[in-house]
Design a protein around this ligand. Sequence first.
Ligand SMILES: *Cc1c(COP(=O)(O)O)cnc(C)c1O
Length: 220
Amino acid sequence: MSVNKEKYLELLKELGDRAVLVAVSKTKPATDIQELYDLGQRDFGENYVQELVDKAAELPKDIRWHFIGHLQSNKVKYLAPFVHLVHGVDSASLLKEINKQGAKTNRVIDCLLQVHIAQEETKFGFDQQELEQLHVTGLNNIAIRGMMGMASFSNHTEVVRQEFNILKQLFDKYNGKFGERHAFTILSMGMSGDYPVALAEGSTMIRVGSLLFGERNMKH
Ligand SMILES: *Cc1c(COP(=O)(O)O)cnc(C)c1O
Protein backbone atom coordinates (compact mmCIF):
# COMPACT_ATOMS: atom_id res chain seq x y z
CA MET A 1 0.00 0.00 0.00
CA SER A 2 1.70 3.15 -1.11
CA VAL A 3 -0.81 5.59 -2.58
CA ASN A 4 -2.25 7.79 0.16
CA LYS A 5 -5.79 8.35 -1.08
CA GLU A 6 -6.90 10.16 2.05
CA LYS A 7 -4.05 12.65 1.74
CA TYR A 8 -4.95 13.12 -1.92
CA LEU A 9 -8.57 13.98 -1.21
CA GLU A 10 -7.51 16.22 1.67
CA LEU A 11 -5.06 18.05 -0.57
CA LEU A 12 -7.67 18.57 -3.29
CA LYS A 13 -9.99 20.10 -0.74
CA GLU A 14 -7.23 22.33 0.58
CA LEU A 15 -6.41 23.55 -2.94
CA GLY A 16 -9.95 24.16 -4.08
CA ASP A 17 -9.64 26.14 -7.30
CA ARG A 18 -6.61 28.07 -6.04
CA ALA A 19 -4.06 25.82 -7.70
CA VAL A 20 -3.69 22.78 -9.92
CA LEU A 21 -2.21 19.64 -8.43
CA VAL A 22 0.38 17.81 -10.49
CA ALA A 23 0.88 14.36 -8.98
CA VAL A 24 4.58 13.55 -9.32
CA SER A 25 4.80 9.85 -10.07
CA LYS A 26 8.47 9.43 -10.97
CA THR A 27 9.85 5.99 -10.01
CA LYS A 28 6.35 4.82 -9.07
CA PRO A 29 4.59 2.03 -10.97
CA ALA A 30 1.76 2.61 -13.44
CA THR A 31 -0.60 0.86 -11.03
CA ASP A 32 -0.10 3.69 -8.51
CA ILE A 33 -0.93 6.26 -11.18
CA GLN A 34 -4.02 4.29 -12.16
CA GLU A 35 -5.21 4.42 -8.54
CA LEU A 36 -5.17 8.21 -8.47
CA TYR A 37 -6.57 8.34 -11.99
CA ASP A 38 -9.54 6.33 -10.79
CA LEU A 39 -10.16 9.02 -8.17
CA GLY A 40 -10.22 11.63 -10.93
CA GLN A 41 -6.62 12.87 -11.06
CA ARG A 42 -5.49 13.71 -14.62
CA ASP A 43 -2.29 15.77 -14.23
CA PHE A 44 0.82 13.68 -13.62
CA GLY A 45 4.46 14.76 -13.55
CA GLU A 46 7.54 12.77 -14.50
CA ASN A 47 11.28 13.57 -14.50
CA TYR A 48 12.67 11.02 -16.91
CA VAL A 49 11.79 10.95 -20.61
CA GLN A 50 11.88 7.20 -21.14
CA GLU A 51 9.84 6.55 -18.01
CA LEU A 52 7.24 9.09 -19.06
CA VAL A 53 6.99 7.68 -22.59
CA ASP A 54 6.60 4.12 -21.30
CA LYS A 55 3.91 5.08 -18.79
CA ALA A 56 2.02 7.19 -21.31
CA ALA A 57 1.85 4.19 -23.66
CA GLU A 58 0.42 2.02 -20.94
CA LEU A 59 -2.01 4.39 -19.21
CA PRO A 60 -5.24 6.16 -20.26
CA LYS A 61 -4.90 8.61 -23.11
CA ASP A 62 -6.59 11.53 -21.36
CA ILE A 63 -3.81 11.90 -18.79
CA ARG A 64 -2.07 15.27 -19.02
CA TRP A 65 1.64 14.50 -18.80
CA HIS A 66 3.88 17.17 -17.29
CA PHE A 67 7.60 16.93 -17.83
CA ILE A 68 9.18 18.41 -14.70
CA GLY A 69 12.78 17.20 -14.93
CA HIS A 70 15.85 18.51 -16.68
CA LEU A 71 15.21 18.02 -20.40
CA GLN A 72 18.05 17.25 -22.78
CA SER A 73 17.61 18.66 -26.28
CA ASN A 74 18.13 15.31 -27.98
CA LYS A 75 15.14 13.85 -26.10
CA VAL A 76 12.59 16.53 -26.87
CA LYS A 77 11.39 14.61 -29.92
CA TYR A 78 10.06 11.75 -27.80
CA LEU A 79 7.81 14.06 -25.79
CA ALA A 80 6.78 16.54 -28.47
CA PRO A 81 3.83 14.58 -29.89
CA PHE A 82 1.87 14.50 -26.64
CA VAL A 83 3.43 16.30 -23.65
CA HIS A 84 0.98 18.67 -21.92
CA LEU A 85 3.44 21.08 -20.30
CA VAL A 86 7.24 21.25 -20.08
CA HIS A 87 8.08 22.81 -16.71
CA GLY A 88 11.86 22.81 -16.78
CA VAL A 89 12.88 24.91 -19.77
CA ASP A 90 16.19 26.39 -18.73
CA SER A 91 17.88 27.65 -21.90
CA ALA A 92 17.15 29.44 -25.14
CA SER A 93 18.57 26.54 -27.13
CA LEU A 94 16.18 24.09 -25.47
CA LEU A 95 13.30 26.40 -26.27
CA LYS A 96 14.38 26.41 -29.92
CA GLU A 97 14.51 22.64 -30.03
CA ILE A 98 11.04 22.34 -28.47
CA ASN A 99 9.81 24.78 -31.08
CA LYS A 100 11.38 22.72 -33.86
CA GLN A 101 9.83 19.48 -32.64
CA GLY A 102 6.52 21.25 -32.08
CA ALA A 103 6.55 22.32 -35.72
CA LYS A 104 7.26 18.75 -36.82
CA THR A 105 4.28 17.41 -34.92
CA ASN A 106 2.13 20.41 -35.78
CA ARG A 107 1.63 21.47 -32.17
CA VAL A 108 2.13 24.54 -30.04
CA ILE A 109 3.89 23.16 -26.96
CA ASP A 110 3.24 24.88 -23.64
CA CYS A 111 6.38 25.63 -21.65
CA LEU A 112 7.39 27.16 -18.34
CA LEU A 113 10.69 28.93 -17.83
CA GLN A 114 12.57 27.38 -14.96
CA VAL A 115 14.16 30.07 -12.84
CA HIS A 116 17.03 29.49 -10.45
CA ILE A 117 15.84 30.76 -7.07
CA ALA A 118 17.51 28.38 -4.61
CA GLN A 119 20.83 28.91 -2.92
CA GLU A 120 22.04 25.47 -4.00
CA GLU A 121 24.29 25.51 -7.05
CA THR A 122 22.92 22.27 -8.38
CA LYS A 123 19.48 23.50 -9.35
CA PHE A 124 18.90 24.30 -13.00
CA GLY A 125 17.27 27.38 -14.35
CA PHE A 126 17.62 30.84 -15.83
CA ASP A 127 19.12 33.53 -13.65
CA GLN A 128 17.79 37.06 -13.85
CA GLN A 129 20.37 38.22 -16.36
CA GLU A 130 19.61 35.32 -18.69
CA LEU A 131 15.89 36.08 -18.48
CA GLU A 132 16.63 39.63 -19.50
CA GLN A 133 18.46 38.40 -22.60
CA LEU A 134 15.86 35.84 -23.66
CA HIS A 135 14.05 36.45 -26.94
CA VAL A 136 11.48 34.14 -28.42
CA THR A 137 10.45 36.00 -31.54
CA GLY A 138 9.69 33.67 -34.41
CA LEU A 139 9.18 30.61 -32.25
CA ASN A 140 5.60 29.90 -33.29
CA ASN A 141 5.32 26.36 -31.99
CA ILE A 142 5.89 27.12 -28.34
CA ALA A 143 3.88 29.15 -25.86
CA ILE A 144 5.49 30.31 -22.64
CA ARG A 145 2.76 29.97 -20.06
CA GLY A 146 4.65 31.02 -16.96
CA MET A 147 7.47 30.04 -14.66
CA MET A 148 8.64 27.18 -12.48
CA GLY A 149 11.06 27.14 -9.60
CA MET A 150 12.38 25.06 -6.74
CA ALA A 151 13.21 26.58 -3.40
CA SER A 152 16.18 25.57 -1.26
CA PHE A 153 15.83 22.40 0.78
CA SER A 154 15.67 24.28 4.04
CA ASN A 155 13.84 24.05 7.32
CA HIS A 156 13.87 27.81 7.48
CA THR A 157 10.44 28.76 6.21
CA GLU A 158 11.57 32.35 5.85
CA VAL A 159 14.31 31.41 3.35
CA VAL A 160 11.85 29.36 1.31
CA ARG A 161 9.24 32.10 1.45
CA GLN A 162 11.70 34.70 0.18
CA GLU A 163 12.75 32.50 -2.72
CA PHE A 164 9.15 31.86 -3.77
CA ASN A 165 8.46 35.56 -3.40
CA ILE A 166 11.30 36.39 -5.79
CA LEU A 167 9.86 33.94 -8.33
CA LYS A 168 6.42 35.52 -8.02
CA GLN A 169 7.93 38.95 -8.64
CA LEU A 170 9.76 37.70 -11.73
CA PHE A 171 6.56 36.06 -12.93
CA ASP A 172 4.76 39.41 -12.71
CA LYS A 173 7.66 41.27 -14.28
CA TYR A 174 7.94 39.03 -17.34
CA ASN A 175 4.26 38.36 -17.86
CA GLY A 176 3.54 39.84 -21.28
CA LYS A 177 7.18 40.71 -21.99
CA PHE A 178 7.73 37.91 -24.48
CA GLY A 179 4.78 38.92 -26.63
CA GLU A 180 1.04 38.59 -26.65
CA ARG A 181 1.06 34.88 -27.40
CA HIS A 182 2.98 34.25 -24.24
CA ALA A 183 0.51 35.34 -21.57
CA PHE A 184 1.47 33.87 -18.22
CA THR A 185 -1.15 31.89 -16.31
CA ILE A 186 0.95 29.26 -14.55
CA LEU A 187 3.29 29.71 -11.62
CA SER A 188 4.56 26.23 -10.82
CA MET A 189 6.06 26.20 -7.33
CA GLY A 190 5.69 24.05 -4.25
CA MET A 191 6.40 20.38 -3.51
CA SER A 192 5.51 18.00 -0.66
CA GLY A 193 7.65 19.83 1.86
CA ASP A 194 6.93 23.44 0.97
CA TYR A 195 3.67 23.72 -0.93
CA PRO A 196 1.80 25.65 1.80
CA VAL A 197 4.44 28.38 1.65
CA ALA A 198 4.32 28.36 -2.16
CA LEU A 199 0.54 28.75 -2.15
CA ALA A 200 0.80 31.66 0.24
CA GLU A 201 3.26 33.30 -2.15
CA GLY A 202 1.03 32.93 -5.21
CA SER A 203 1.61 29.48 -6.68
CA THR A 204 -1.03 28.34 -9.17
CA MET A 205 0.38 24.83 -9.67
CA ILE A 206 2.01 22.54 -7.14
CA ARG A 207 4.04 19.42 -7.89
CA VAL A 208 3.56 16.86 -5.15
CA GLY A 209 5.12 13.39 -5.10
CA SER A 210 6.08 11.72 -1.85
CA LEU A 211 3.12 13.02 0.10
CA LEU A 212 0.82 11.10 -2.27
CA PHE A 213 2.91 8.14 -3.39
CA GLY A 214 5.20 7.60 -0.40
CA GLU A 215 8.95 8.06 -0.23
CA ARG A 216 11.05 7.25 -3.27
CA ASN A 217 14.20 5.13 -3.27
CA MET A 218 17.57 6.88 -2.96
CA LYS A 219 18.38 6.99 -6.66
CA HIS A 220 15.98 9.87 -7.18
C1 LIG B 1 10.50 15.03 -7.48
C2 LIG B 1 10.04 16.41 -7.81
C3 LIG B 1 8.90 16.95 -7.20
C4 LIG B 1 8.10 16.24 -6.12
O1 LIG B 1 8.84 16.15 -4.96
P1 LIG B 1 8.17 15.65 -3.57
O2 LIG B 1 9.06 16.24 -2.55
O3 LIG B 1 8.21 14.17 -3.62
O4 LIG B 1 6.81 16.19 -3.52
C5 LIG B 1 8.50 18.21 -7.60
N1 LIG B 1 9.17 18.91 -8.54
C6 LIG B 1 10.26 18.42 -9.13
C7 LIG B 1 10.95 19.23 -10.16
C8 LIG B 1 10.75 17.16 -8.77
O5 LIG B 1 11.85 16.70 -9.36
